[in-house]
Write a new protein. Structure first.
Length: 217
């Protein structure tokens, strides 16, 4: 499911996003790069927050987000170190509780992905490493049929071994699913090795949109 921002302007807590226009195509990883405070997380919030206010249009899978938010969110997997889950409960308990919010949640798929990703079923989320917590979120997103994945600094602070495994999973997922990925990062190596397209944002405005081979830090 592709994602498109068309002349999007928004003001949130004194910060302004200005005339944001770019697309996230299916079958590719689009990197969103910029300094801390550039507007990356604010941009994600426009997609995910129910009462987000903005001018312009955001479309996902050809549908207008403002008119079809609940339907679209069924197909979005939002993955971040800051994601809010029930930290005192394990992954299976979290999935069973949240399953009711997703029409296509597949418990067997979740179990299969948790095993594939090597994430403990019995450990409370607060006891997981950064990499394990991100993989739990990815397993849950895949289990409810996500086709658009928003990754907000998901690899920040991740152990190098976990990071290598995480990107392997991401590339495999793109290869076999009709999925699109928008991933924010400030790590140059991630852009040059793993991204297909790169959107640079600075002070709330898009500076450039390029194929990764043309990108320079």
């Amino acid at each position: 499911m592709d994602l498109e921002f068309s002349h999007v302007t928004a003001k949130k807590k004194g910060f302004v996003l200005k005339d944001i226009t770019f697309s996230v195509p299916e079958g590719f990883i689009t990197g969103l790069v910029g300094e801390n405070g550039a507007g990356k997380t604010t941009l994600f919030s426009l997609v995910m927050e129910e009462y987000a206010r903005y001018e312009g249009d955001i479309l996902a899978g050809g549908m207008v987000l403002a008119e079809n938010r609940r339907e679209i969110l069924q197909k979005i997997g939002f993955i971040s170190r800051e994601q809010q889950f029930f930290q005192n409960f394990n992954g299976m308990q979290n999935a069973d509780f949240l399953a009711g919010f997703y029409r296509e949640f597949n418990r067997d798929c979740f179990i299969e992905k948790m095993k594939e990703f090597g994430v403990s079923f019995g450990t409370p989320l607060k006891g997981l490493s950064v990499g394990e917590f991100i993989k739990f979120q990815l397993a849950f997103a895949l289990s409810h049929g996500s086709r658009l994945f928003l990754l907000d600094e998901a690899t920040a602070g991740m152990d190098p071994v976990y990071k290598k495994d995480f990107f392997r999973l991401i590339h495999e997922m793109i290869a076999r699913e009709d999925a699109a990925i928008l991933m924010s990062t400030h790590i140059e190596e991630e852009v040059t090795r793993h991204m297909d397209y790169v959107v640079r944002i600075s002070e709330g405005a898009i500076e450039s949109v390029k194929e990764a081979g043309e990108w320079k830090p």
